[in-house]
Each structure stands twice: as C-alpha cells, then as structure tokens.
Design a protein around this ligand. Structure first.
Ligand SMILES: C[S@@+](CC[C@H](N)C(=O)[O-])C[C@H]1O[C@@H](n2cnc3c(N)ncnc32)[C@H](O)[C@@H]1O
Length: 371
C-alpha cells in the first residue's frame, strides 16, 4: 500500500528562526518563481547535456542503485519480534526494509517512509501485505501512523542522509560532479530549490548556513562571491556554476576533497531542513516505542550524530540533579531509554566495498517501561 501524502512544509526550528525570517523568504520565493528562468526551463527544456566535473566516479557504479550501509548490524539492532510493528523512516531503495520483512513473521508489519518520489516508485516492487509505504517526511511519522491506526511500534530505523540515486542522478542537482539545475530537494514535489534560495538569500544568512551546516571556514568569502555573482547578473542556478564559484574562492581544503564539498553539504542540509527533521522526530520515536522497542539511527556526519547522541543521553540519564542531592534512589526519575551497546561503525571490508559508508555511525537505544 502506498499512502500518497505530499510533504507539508516542515516546522521551522528555533535555531533557523534566529537567522532567517522564513515568511519573508517564502513570499520572495513565490515572486521569484514566477520570473525564474530556471522555473520556465524545467517544463520546457529537459536537461540535454550532462557534463562530468570530476574524474572520480568510482563511487557511483549505477545511478539507480543504493548499497545499504550497516545492513546486518542495523536490522540485528532492532531485535525483531516476528509479530512486531516496525518503522523504516528512510526507505531509500529498501535495503533495510527488505531485510526487516525477511525477519518478520506472518503477523508482523513494516511501515516505511520516504519523502523522495523515486524512493516511493521503487517501493512498488515490494508486493507484501505486511508492508505499507508512506510518502512523507519522517517528522510526520506520529501523525501518519495515527492515521493508519498505529499508536505504538516495536522498532524504528532511521538511515539518515541521502541515497546514492539522489546524488548520482545529475538532474537532482545534489552533486558537483555534474552540471545540472541546482535543486537538491529530497522531495521533488514541494519546497524551495537551492537555486530559489540563492536567488533571495542575504549574504549574512548564506554565510551562516555554509558555516553552520558545512563547517566551512571560508563560509563568509564563499557567501560574498555567490552574492557578488548574483549582483553582477549571474545568479547561480546550476551545480556547475556553484562548484566553480566556490573553487575560485576556497584557497585551502582537505586533500583529495572537492573544494565545494562542504558548501554542497551545507546547502543540502539547509534546503531539506535535515537537522530540524531529526530534532522533531526523536521525541516522536520515544513516544511511539513500546517497552523494549528499539531505536536504531545511522548518521553520516557529526551534526546529525550529535542530535541523536544528545537525545538518547538525555533520556538515559536519570536526572541532572547535583551529586549528593538528598533524595532516595527510588524517588529519582527513571530513564525512558537506555543505550544498547557502543556505537557501531562499518568494518574495513564494508568501507572497501562501499566507500560511501565510511562516515556512518549507528547508535541503538531501547525503550524502558517508564511512561
Ligand atoms: C541513506 S538513504 C536510505 C537507504 C535505505 N536504508 C536503503 O537501504 O536503501 C536515505 C533516504 O531517506 C530519505 N530521507 C532523508 N531524510 C528524510 C526525511 N526527513 N523524511 C523522509 N525521508 C527522508 C531520503 O530521501 C533517502 O531516500
């Protein structure tokens, strides 16, 4: 079953609110879209030529496949009960979902989410009465599950970030390896593209996005160059233009890394509100998990991992009372979650087989009985 729900605009986080007046920007985008040459060309002129900006394509064997990261480890971490109800919050190409289904019995259920329409399309290959696919951002999880009559689940998996098809299909505009319209939306059916954002961003806001989400030390200079291009009548509307402007601005970067790597990561995280999504979803996982239910989250960079680690730590710590506070142990608030084992990283063999797994970190937590 596929439940087609367009992704509602995600809620704005307090951190972004500090630097970005979204209402104003949304209005500006609406007027920009009317006049946008990118907008006009989208329907009239399909991208005819894709040029490769990099010689290193070794990580992109096939644009429509995704090699699942930590497949066995993540599914084992869920400690699947055959009759349980499980959630895969990030279906992608279904690698984890298929393994979960294989571990479930006849009465088990799996509800998968993804906000990417091509992920939804690929889920149609799974013909299994125990499986439901929902087109939604995962921060809509609790509401969507309630609509399906589900209040509690036995395990939730989040395999964060982007899938290989998203980054390997040039037209999605995620990669500096190709020259394509600068899109980067995971959900192609809603929201602003990176080109839309760059058409109206202030230099200060852009610099903060690049610094905060890309941890890029040349953020200010890059923002200045991008805005200067726009002011000179050369608005940045393609991945190739952006990669070029960044490369001409960044004077030092990690060896072997494209100078635009951090800027692309930052804009992707920002445009998809990835950190806000995660922050909104963690408390929902807590509320949804039945006692002994498991949460398994695979992160790919420290910004994500920090949110997951902090959330689990806050739930696992019984309190933040000072030491020697005069209270009986039994009176202390009891933890709602506990860590399961240490963080899990891909083996050397997995990283060799799939270099994209190299930064993955899996954290696992279990829900306790405490309401
Ligand atoms: C790393 S891939 C998952 C791959 C999957 N585990 C597999 O084995 O094929 C991440 C997927 O999560 C989706 N995604 C990322 N953030 C999302 C969000 N906030 N809501 C829904 N889907 C999201 C992306 O569209 C992408 O398809």
């Amino acid at each position: 079953m596929i439940k087609g729900v367009n992704m509602a605009p995600t809620k704005e986080s307090p951190s972004l609110k500090e630097v970005f007046d979204k209402e104003v920007v949304t209005q500006k985008i609406a007027s920009h879209k009317k006049a946008s040459p990118l907008n006009a060309s989208k329907s009239e002129k399909p991208l005819s030529k894709v040029s490769n900006l990099s010689s290193n394509l070794s990580e992109a064997p096939d644009a429509n496949t995704h090699i699942t990261v930590l497949l066995d480890e993540a599914v084992q971490a869920l400690a699947i009960k055959p009759d349980g109800i499980y959630v895969d919050g990030t279906f992608g190409r279904g690698g984890h979902s298929k393994k979960i289904l294989a571990a479930l019995g006849a009465k088990g259920r799996l509800i998968a989410f993804d906000r990417d329409l091509s992920a939804i399309e690929s889920s149609k290959a799974i013909e299994d009465a125990r499986f439901s696919m929902v087109h939604s951002h995962f921060a809509g999880m609790q509401n969507e599950l309630a609509d399906l009559g589900i209040g509690k689940v036995d395990g939730i998996l989040l395999d964060l970030g982007i899938s290989s098809p998203q980054v390997d299909v040039a037209e999605r505009g995620f990669s500096f390896r190709f020259d394509a319209p600068l899109d980067m939306r995971m959900d192609q059916s809603s929201g602003q593209t990176v080109a839309d954002y760059l058409a109206i961003a202030t230099e200060q806001h852009l610099a903060e996005v690049i610094k905060n989400y890309g941890e890029e030390r040349f953020a200010k200079q890059i923002a200045r160059s991008i805005i200067a291009e726009r002011n000179d009548g050369r608005a940045i509307t393609t991945t190739g233009q952006l990669a070029k402007v960044v490369a001409s601005t960044v004077t030092r970067h990690e060896p072997g890394q494209n100078p635009a790597t951090r800027t692309f990561q930052a804009l992707r995280i920002f445009i998809n509100q990835e950190l806000e999504e995660l922050s909104l979803t963690m408390p929902q996982c807590l509320a949804l998990l039945a006692p002994q239910g498991r949460l398994a989250v695979i992160s790919f960079h420290s910004l994500e991992d920090r949110i997951v680690k902090q959330f689990i730590r806050d739930q696992a710590n019984r309190d933040d009372l000072p030491a020697n506070f005069p209270v009986r142990a039994a009176e202390l608030p009891q933890p709602k979650m506990m860590n399961v084992g240490k963080t899990i990283k891909p083996s050397a063999a997995e990283v060799k087989r799939n270099p994209r797994s190299r930064s993955a970190v899996l954290r696992v937590a279990e829900r306790t009985q405490v309401a």
